[in-house]
Ligand binder design. Structure first.
Ligand SMILES: [Zn+2]
Ligand SMILES: [Zn+2]
Length: 228
């Protein structure tokens, strides 16, 4: 089973490496696809999504690795999340992550719930001290809650896992990598999932089922060297 990771950044936003450099490391680490999900907000969505789409095409030309254009909707007011998510999708983003109410940042109250209620959202990124109400909305809408490999964003991984397991919401592990060294390996992915408090079986289910469910929900088919 290849690795999947739906949350990575590049120099298109605040990452430290170009998309091709990130994608090369993904290939080395055994990823099944490269997902470029740079930050977008109301001001940058128009410009950045076409850059992300072009970068993914370049990766597919250069490497034997499918590349999926995505976004992380970041620092957008809760009532505008749906507008920006829909705009990103119409510009070519196949997957939408929302920068949730992480303790590693200044959380915007109401953001988790707004994202969890938005059908254009795929992953509620690093959702901090997520409420039962938001987790239930995510479950109802098929939105995955993120276990984060990224520093302070991962402070509440235990809480996120506990709430998701108790309410039957789906989890996914992402790197939120801003540099190649921070991308996942199979061993690190397993350790992070167990470290979030998941039993071995549940950790394996997250690692294996979540990516397939996320891709299938949008009808994204991974075939060698191309996504459609
Ligand atoms: Zn974020
Ligand atoms: Zn991020």
């Amino acid at each position: 089973m290849p690795l999947f990771d739906f949350h990575t950044h590049t120099t298109i936003s605040d990452g430290h490496a170009a998309p091709l450099v990130m994608a090369r490391r993904c290939l080395e680490n055994g990823y099944g696809a490269y997902v470029c999900s740079d930050h977008v907000d109301e001001a940058s969505v128009e410009r950045r999504v076409p850059e992300i789409v072009a970068a993914c095409r370049e990766v597919e030309r250069e490497l034997d690795l499918p590349a999926i254009p995505a976004v992380e909707v970041t620092r957008v007011a809760p009532e505008r999340v749906a507008v920006v998510a829909a705009r990103a999708r119409s510009l070519g983003a196949l997957l939408v992550v929302v920068h949730g109410e992480t303790l590693g940042d200044f959380p915007q109250p109401g953001l988790n719930l707004a994202a969890a209620r938005c059908p254009d959202v795929d992953i509620l990124g690093h959702p901090g001290l997520i409420s039962h109400e938001a987790a239930e909305a995510a479950r109802e809408n098929g939105i995955h809650l993120e276990i984060s490999a990224a520093g302070l964003h991962g402070l509440t991984n235990g809480h996120v896992a506990k709430v998701a397991v108790s309410l039957g919401a789906h989890l996914v592990l992402d790197s939120d990598a801003h540099r190649p060294e921070a991308l996942l390996t199979a061993q690190r992915a397993q350790s992070l999932l167990e470290g979030s408090g998941l039993e071995l079986e549940a950790a394996l289910r997250v690692a294996e089922s979540a990516p397939l469910r996320i891709l299938a929900r949008r009808g994204i088919v991974i075939s060698q060297g191309a996504t459609s």
